[in-house]
Each structure stands twice: as structure tokens, then as C-alpha cells.
Design a protein around this ligand. Structure first.
Ligand SMILES: *Cc1c(COP(=O)(O)O)cnc(C)c1O
Length: 344
């Protein structure tokens, strides 16, 4: 039986050209700044994001934590979405390890936070209050249907931050998905941001790694914060080599994943007992809600799994499907057949 794995794009395995690049990578000690492959990847990432410098880190979680530790000190506050990955899925590392206080504001279904609500959350100077330092956005927004936030919105938040002397961080784990879906360069989306993190190990299919991009002084400080978290890796050019291939060969093809996700969402919306809004499927993530008595997300995932289709339960009655480079249009058709059979 063939497996169609829609749980996440993190399940993607390195491509043959990545494995070749890894085998041949030139390496050195990166803590001494002497790994030429990492240096090349960092320069490439900075250029792609229109920033002065970049830092290679082991994961998206570390990229966000290093960024927040660099922007904020103990007792500082970050304004972020109540459905953001930083708030929901990173163990509260900002507070646990950084003494940074999260001030959450509601995410809209399209992943944005209303500008007026961000502004209302910014603290006045008062001896009782923490000091607001940072606004963090997520693009695409994982928990909000993988929705891409457009340049006009990103700029508006940047403008608001500038008005109050605040910094902006973008959790761009899937920023290239946003760029491809919107038909703009990723650089354009983060023009007004002070820092951006993105993942190589999701839809871009590299085995390991994320990058943080920002100004030279910001990245120099971020490098110190990476080291104190134990993230100073030595001959990591071996894995960074795959990241170079990811940036070179794997970005434009994300459009195929988006086409597949759209087809999946449209197909699922026609199946009884499921509730899916295809209009929200703009990138590679589709959420489906179950509206049938006595069918839990866990049960549905198990029944699909028995027929080779894997999804991730994300709530008692909700599952997530994520398309990726190992899946074809025919796989999506096959998955829809399985859904129809299971829901019949
Ligand atoms: C996956 C993800 C992260 C964290 O990345 P890891 O590499 O799994 O630590 C951060 N932000 C968003 C939006 C993500 O989807």
C-alpha cells in the first residue's frame, strides 16, 4: 500500500542533489566563522531577504528564540497573535529562557492582527507596565490556514512600529510559500521588518536548519545568543549545503504544492461530514473540521491511516493536511478517493 503523508511538510526528505551537495560540502569550524558553506548560505539568505546579514540555526524554534532574545531583554513585552507558533508551540521559551512577556492579540482567520488592536496593545510609559519592545507577525500563518499576509499589511505593521519606536520580527517559517502565492519576492514582504526567520526543513525539503536575517549588529548579537543556547555548530556546512540547494532549486516549485492543496480543499469541501473552505487554501496547508456526530479527529485519522492517508489531528474535531514535494496531483486524487470511502 502506498502512503500519502499529509501530516506536515517537515516530513520531506532531502533531494538527490541535496545529498550530493552534502557529500561534497567544503566545511570548517563555524564557531570560528570558518565554514565556507555556511558563510555562503548565510550570505545567500541575507540577500534573498534584503537584509545585511544572516545566521544559520538548527530550527525554526531556535530562530525565533534567538531573534526575540536579541530584540528584547527581561521584562520587555512582545505583541503577537494568539494563534502564533511562537505563542502556542514553542514551550513559552521567550518567557522561560528570556523573561520576555507575551501580549497576545487575536489573529483574524487570514492570520493578520487588526492594526487598531496592535496599537491598543502598545504600552504607555507607566511604572506598572512592562515596556513594549517588539511586534511579531507570522507569514504564512500556520494555524490560520497557511494564509499569506500581503505586502500592504506587512508595511502597515512596519509603519505602526516605526511610529512607536518598536521593532518588528517576522516568523517566516514559510515566507517563501507566501511570496510564491502572492507573486512577489520574499524580500518585499519583509521590507519594513527588523528581523525575519525562515525554515529550510519544511516545504523546501532540506534536512535541517533555519535562518535569522537582519542588520549586521543584530546578527552579531544573535550569534552570541545562538552560542549561549548551545547552538554553535562546528562543521555544519554538511547540512547547510542542502540549504543552499533548497534556496536555489526548491522555492519556485512551491506553486505545485499550492495547486495540490487547492485541489485537495476543493475536493474535501464536496464530501459530506467535512467542513472546508477552499477560499482559505492559498498555500500548502488545509484545515478540515468534522461535522458528524460520533466521529472524532483521532478516529478519522486512524481510519484514513489504515488506508494509507496520513493527516494530523489538530483539535478534537479538526485535522490538518499539508502538501509537499513528494506528492503529485494523482496522490491528491487518490487521497480524496480514500476520504470519500471513509466518510461514505
Ligand atoms: C514549524 C514552525 C516553526 C518552528 O520550526 P521548527 O524547525 O519545527 O522548530 C516556527 N514557526 C512556524 C510558523 C512554523 O510553522
Amino acid at each position: 500500500m502506498q502512503t500519502i503523508d499529509l501530516r506536515s511538510d517537515t516530513i520531506t526528505r532531502p533531494t538527490p542533489s541535496m545529498r550530493k551537495a552534502m557529500a561534497e560540502a567544503e566545511v570548517g569550524d563555524d564557531v570560528f566563522g570558518e565554514d565556507p558553506t555556511i558563510n555562503r548560505l548565510e550570505a545567500m539568505a541575507a540577500e534573498r531577504m534584503g537584509k545585511e546579514a544572516a545566521l544559520y540555526v538548527s530550527s525554526g524554534t531556535m530562530a525565533n528564540l534567538v531573534s526575540l532574545l536579541t530584540h528584547c531583554g527581561r521584562g520587555h513585552e512582545v505583541i503577537l497573535g494568539n494563534l502564533s507558533h511562537i505563542f502556542l508551540n514553542e514551550q513559552g521559551g521567550l518567557s522561560a529562557l528570556g523573561g520576555i512577556h507575551p501580549n497576545t492579540v487575536p489573529n483574524q482567520p487570514d492570520g493578520t492582527i487588526r492594526i487598531g488592536e496592535i496599537e491598543a496593545a502598545i504600552r504607555a510609559e507607566n511604572v506598572h507596565f512592562p515596556r513594549t519592545k517588539l511586534i511579531a507577525l507570522e507569514n504564512t500563518h500556520n494555524r490560520c490556514h497557511g494564509y499569506p499576509l500581503d505586502a500592504a499589511y506587512m508595511d502597515a505593521v512596519g509603519e505602526l512600529a516605526a511610529k512607536y519606536g518598536l521593532q518588528v520580527h517576522i516568523d517566516g517559517a514559510r515566507i517563501f510559500h507566501a511570496a510564491v502565492a502572492l507573486g512577489v519576492e520574499a524580500e518585499r514582504l519583509v521590507k519594513r521588518a527588523d528581523s525575519v526567520s525562515f525554515c529550510l526543513s519544511k516545504g523546501l525539503a532540506a534536512p535541517v536548519g533555519s535562518l535569522v536575517c537582519g542588520t549586521k549588529p543584530f546578527i552579531a548579537e544573535a550569534r552570541r545568543n545562538r552560542k549561549v543556547l548551545g547552538g554553535g555548530m562546528r562543521q555544519a556546512g554538511i547540512i547547510a549545503a542542502a540549504g543552499i540547494v533548497a534556496l536555489t532549486e526548491m522555492v519556485d516549485r512551491l506553486a505545485d504544492d499550492h495547486t495540490n492543496a487547492k485541489a485537495l480543499a476543493e475536493g474535501l469541501s464536496k464530501i459530506g461530514g467535512l467542513s472546508v473552505n477552499p477560499a482559505l487554501a492559498k498555500t500548502n496547508i488545509v484545515y478540515l473540521d468534522i461535522n458528524r456526530e460520533n466521529l472524532s479527529a483521532q478516529m478519522l485519522a486512524e481510519r484514513l491511516g489504515e488506508k494509507g492517508v496520513k493527516l494530523l489531528p489538530t483539535g478534537p474535531r479538526q485535522l490538518r493536511a499539508v502538501t509537499n514535494c513528494h506528492l503529485t496531483g494523482a496522490d491528491i486524487e487518490a487521497a480524496l478517493q480514500v476520504f470519500s470511502a471513509v466518510m461514505d
